[in-house]
Design a binder for this molecule. Structure first.
Ligand code: AMP
Ligand code: ZN
Length: 468
């Protein structure tokens, strides 16, 4: 399998550190608001890549953080007059709902920056000891970029050129040795969350959190580090500098970066009014359509979001689902069990689409071509199924389609609706729980039903319910 590695700017054969295992870290969102459709792109593409790795039999340790301490979170908390932790926990919960809607699997671990402060202090201390970091007079701790010889290797920038272009940059009040030195620890400001440290009360800079969480959950050297291309510089460059200066080892073997999602060929921005949250899209579309839309392009290409492309994704997805439903109907009605010889031969032919799919995914996760292979399989299925076929044959074709769509994270059959009887049973159990004053269980049942789209209403006459 080949991966385009930003570090070497080449497609390289993927060789994991440990056979059969993949250690992968994906930078997650800063949680101060609902996630936007740009944030959804790395979630969807790297989730798909993970699913493919798992399909190939790898055990994937997939770590993706939530940045839960940051200026934007603090500002939002001040605006609302609540604690920063209230803002971050609210938007982590909302983000998880969106991830579920887009069928993005939960990571093996979703670490939170605020829970890893001890590790950050340790790494910063190690950097200080080795001369890679220094504390300025105001208590800010900086990374000394000039001492890290390969600074710039990921973004292919040269520190001297950077410095030459920025000789005049001197931000008032900053006490850095060099304009490209970056913050590891910042001193406390009134009203901000702060932690004790050897450099006084304060909070970590953004970059250090990923270095520390990656090390803690995956080890000093990992296989793949990923995120959006805007993170290449400075975020990922700085992560490399911190981690490699501290450990003396290579930080990540492969660096994968997704291209940007634009709207009408412009950068998404609130001020231009071309900004959509995932929740906005969910009002109009099944989020599986958003997922399918994202996967119809190569992850490294820029992708333009627009109504026409979403409509195209919607009808593409419908085409696949119609074939799946037809297959399902036929196989439920099929009389004969075993495959005939002729069916075996036709089924064997359908393997070519799975091979095409795999070849596309092996080539730097080319989901655009993988989607084309799925469409070819759909066409093949439509031409080769009828009521005369055996259950085994229909089943196998269904499984092949389901397997490929599953790697893309696309569900081909709508979730089975809950039966009325099941709902009534749970409602009765909830009534009993309430009678027994087990309110936790009663709430749990209400929540469980709500997640399945069943809304309860307590009236004087008893409980009524409806589907949302
Ligand atoms: P942030 O919360 O800004 O740190 O972003 C979280 C993730 O979303 C990072 O991997 C970003 O690179 C990615 N991202 C943000 N905006 C976009 C966009 N418009 N298109 C693609 N990826 C994006
Ligand atoms: Zn990061």
């Amino acid at each position: 399998m080949k991966i385009f590695n930003t570090l070497t700017r080449r497609k390289e054969e993927f060789v994991p550190l440990e056979e059969g295992k993949v250690r992968m870290y994906v930078c997650g969102p800063t949680v101060y608001n609902l996630i936007h459709i740009g944030n959804a792109r790395p979630m969807i593409v790297f989730d798909t890549f993970r699913r493919y790795l798992e399909y190939k039999g790898y055990e994937v340790n997939y770590v993706s953080n939530f940045t839960d301490v940051d200026d934007k979170i603090i500002n939002k908390a001040l605006e609302e007059g609540v604690d920063a932790s209230e803002i971050s926990s609210r938007y982590i919960a909302e983000c998880k709902k969106d991830m579920e809607g887009m069928n993005v699997l939960p990571a093996t671990v979703h670490p939170l920056a605020t829970q890893e402060i001890g590790g950050m202090i340790e790494m910063i201390s190690a950097l200080m000891e080795k001369g890679y970091a220094y504390a300025a007079a105001d208590g800010t701790v900086y990374f000394r970029t000039g001492k890290f010889a390969s600074y710039g290797k990921l973004s292919h920038k040269n520190l001297e050129d950077l410095q030459a272009g920025h000789r005049d940059i001197k931000v008032a009040g900053e006490l850095k040795e060099d304009p490209f030195d970056f913050v590891l620890w910042k001193p406390k400001k009134e009203g901000e969350p702060a932690w004790e440290s050897p450099w006084g009360q304060g909070r970590p800079g953004w970059h250090i959190e990923c270095s520390v969480m990656s090390k803690k959950y995956l080890g000093e050297t990992i296989d793949i580090h990923a995120g959006g291309e805007d993170l290449i510089f400075p975020h990922h460059e700085n992560e490399i500098a911190q981690s490699e200066a501290a450990s003396g080892k290579e930080f990540a073997h492969y660096w994968m970066h997704n291209g940007f999602l634009n709207i009408n060929h412009q950068k998404m921005s609130k001020s231009l009014g071309n900004f959509f949250t995932v929740r906005d899209i969910a009002e109009k579309y099944d989020l599986q359509v958003l997922r399918f839309f994202m996967l119809s392009a190569h992850y490294r290409s820029p992708l333009n979001f627009g109504e026409d492309l979403m409509e195209a994704a919607k009808s593409g997805l419908e085409r696949i689902r119609t074939a799946a439903e037809q297959l399902h109907r036929l196989l439920q009605a099929s009389a004969q069990e075993e495959m005939t010889e002729h069916e075996e031969a036709v089924y064997a032919q359908s393997a070519q689409f799975q091979q095409k799919f795999e070849a596309a995914m092996e080539d730097d996760c080319n989901t655009a071509d993988a989607v084309s292979a799925v469409f070819e399989l759909v066409k093949f299925i439509n031409m080769n199924v009828s009521a005369e076929h055996s259950r085994d044959y229909l089943n196998r074709l269904y499984d092949r389609l389901d397997c490929l769509c599953g790697i893309l994270g696309i569900q081909i059959m709508p979730e089975q609706e809950m039966l009325d009887a099941e709902i009534e049973e749970l409602i009765a159990e909830r009534q009993k729980a309430r009678k027994d004053k087990d309110f936790a269980r009663a709430d749990q049942i209400r929540e469980e039903l709500a997640q399945k789209g069943i809304l309860l209403k307590d009236t004087r006459e008893g409980v009524t319910w409806k589907r949302a």
